[in-house]
Ligand binder design. Structure first.
Ligand code: ADP
Length: 160
């Protein structure tokens, strides 16, 4: 069975993420979307909320599972029996960090390949950070994130 991991912080999941997940699910037998804690970022949504939003957003794709982890991605992928880590690339600016992570993961777990998918044109400018910023200032993000996420962002914005 061909298993791929799609890792990220997903704070929150956007339609850009979802496009990559859907495309990966057409190629691999199983895709595990793994929400990782990133100590360098202070998340807006708790781990539980991020997992819930991903579960809602991927409910229509039968071969996608959602999980949470806080350790090393390479260890996680090995334990899962995954062969591939799938990541999205938006722009040249993503390349350097992704290159470094892919090389390091290859060093730590030589049997696992990192594969990159180019972002869809319409989502190439989209990041969780810009979506949070627009929502916080009262802008409409309905076309950029799944419905449930837009609702939760509006709730958070209303409370701040
Ligand atoms: P971000 O970089 O927005 O904080 P994550 O850490 O959750 O997002 O990213 C997880 C993965 O999803 C990364 O490989 C990232 O490049 C990819 N990704 C994020 N946004 C998009 C997008 N709009 N199109 C394609 N891939 C994306």
């Amino acid at each position: 069975m061909r298993i791929a991991v799609c890792p990220g912080s997903f704070d929150p999941v956007t339609l850009g993420h979802l496009d990559i997940i859907e495309r990966a699910a057409r190629i691999f037998d199983k895709v595990v979307v793994a929400v990782f804690t990133n100590p360098q970022k202070t998340p807006l949504f708790s781990m539980e909320e991020r997992v819930d939003m991903l579960l809602e957003a991927t409910g229509h794709i039968p071969n996608v599972e959602v999980d949470a982890s806080s350790g090393l991605l390479s260890d996680y992928a090995l334990k899962l029996g995954a062969q591939v880590i799938v990541k999205g690339l938006r722009a040249i600016s993503d390349f350097e960090a992704e290159f470094q992570m892919a090389r390091m993961n290859k060093k730590l777990a030589p049997s696992i390949e990192t594969m990159f998918m180019m972002t869809a044109n319409e989502y190439s400018y989209l990041s969780s950070s810009i979506v949070k910023e627009v929502a916080r200032l009262g802008g409409c993000v309905g076309q950029l994130v799944p419905q449930g996420v837009a609702r939760r962002l509006a709730e958070k914005a209303g409370r701040s």
